[in-house]
Design a protein around this ligand. Structure first.
Ligand code: SAM
Length: 342
């Protein structure tokens, strides 16, 4: 009896903390390029729209998108982080009334916005949708990068400013931890990732330093790594970012996902991608560019038979306004690209 009471008290404390935590982080959170993203969405009244939010987190974009949806539409949410998906579900349940959570397309209701939550990396988009009997989508958007919660939580290991395990996995049940990479990759492999994702002249020096130091003691915490990176905090941030990209295979995931998303899009419908660093933006730009061309082999007589599938909606990337940057300095590095299936 006592044990049960004790257990319930702990659960109540936990729920109260979670309520406060979610309320506070929601208040602090500002979605980037919100108006630009929402303005680009066209919802058709006479049919069912199937919209995919690939990076849900606080659902800041989704809450505004939802205002445009028909009650019979379907929205698919992806977030690789189960905790973020769970917090967003709480937020949506509190702020929207006519919603219906579904597992498969057949469970949809005509008088509700039908929401399907998927706790997976968006690189699995095609397989996940096919499993749910969805072959075509009408609108898809990505708001890449981490959530602020990831950087604030020391035990996730994303920030060099917080002492914690050197982990960095978005989905804790998958991939190698950052510490496993640091403790096992060869010097040339480490140099390669630091060069590729960090683009720094110090890549060689740091990778050799890691190899020397780990002979004496394995790297386990964020400070074990942060302490050996010389220079200003910006340099530490860059190397942590390079490692995070490698841990979560971010660029490969994005490339595969974008290609599948374009395949899944119905004719005339749109894709919108917000990125925060040049490597992600470069991948989006290259894929979009390739899909706007009829031939990509450049042979005198075309041998690739590639047919264009996209029309760019903006020649130059969409950038945040000065006002948005003033209000939310984090938006400074955001760039968005939008395209339409043809
Ligand atoms: C910048 S936040 C999205 C914010 C959201 N659009 C809003 O306005 O509230 C990015 C989210 O995407 C998730 N994420 C990042 N990479 C992912 C991936 N490859 N697959 C699925 N989710 C991912 C992160 O866990 C994080 O919750």
């Amino acid at each position: 009896m006592f044990k049960n009471k004790h257990f319930l008290t702990i659960i109540n404390i936990f729920l109260t903390i979670m309520d406060n935590l979610s309320e506070n982080i929601w208040k602090k959170h500002i979605s980037v390029l919100l108006n630009e993203l929402v303005d680009s969405i066209e919802i058709f009244k006479g049919r069912q729209n199937i919209v995919v939010d690939c990076t849900l987190w606080m659902a800041g974009h989704f809450i505004e998108v939802a205002k445009k949806l028909n009650t019979w539409d379907i929205i698919i949410w992806f977030d690789a982080d189960i905790k973020n998906l769970w917090l967003a579900k709480q937020r949506i349940t509190d702020s929207l009334k006519n919603i219906n959570f579904i597992e498969k397309k057949q469970q949809e209701k005509k008088d509700k916005i039908n929401i399907c939550l998927i706790n997976d990396n968006f690189w699995n988009i095609k397989e996940q949708l096919e499993n749910r009997w969805i072959q075509k989508i009408t609108w898809i958007y990505y708001d890449l990068w981490l959530s602020s919660l990831h950087l604030d939580e020391a035990d996730r290991g994303f920030s060099f400013m917080k002492e914690g395990p050197l982990d960095m996995r978005l989905n804790k049940s998958k991939w190698q931890k950052a510490s496993e990479i640091i403790n096992s990759y060869t010097a040339s492999k480490l140099r390669e990732i630091f060069l590729k994702y960090w683009e720094s002249s110090q890549a060689n020096k740091i990778s050799h330093k890691i190899i020397e130091l780990r002979k004496k003691k394995k790297f386990e915490t964020t400070s074990d790594l942060a302490e050996i990176i010389p220079g200003p905090p910006k340099e530490k941030a860059k190397i942590f970012q390079a490692l995070r990209i490698e841990v979560n295979k971010e660029l490969e995931m994005l490339e595969k996902s974008l290609k599948e998303a374009i395949e899944l899009l119905e004719k005339d419908w749109k894709i919108f991608v917000i990125s925060f660093h040049s490597l992600e933006d470069r991948i989006t730009k290259q894929i979009f560019k390739k899909e706007t061309r009829d031939c990509i082999c450049n042979d005198l007589i075309c041998s690739c038979h590639h047919k264009k599938t996209l029309k760019l909606l903006n020649k130059k990337p969409i950038l945040p306004s000065e006002n948005e940057i003033k209000e939310n300095p984090r938006s400074r590095s955001a760039k968005a690209r939008a395209a339409q299936k043809i």
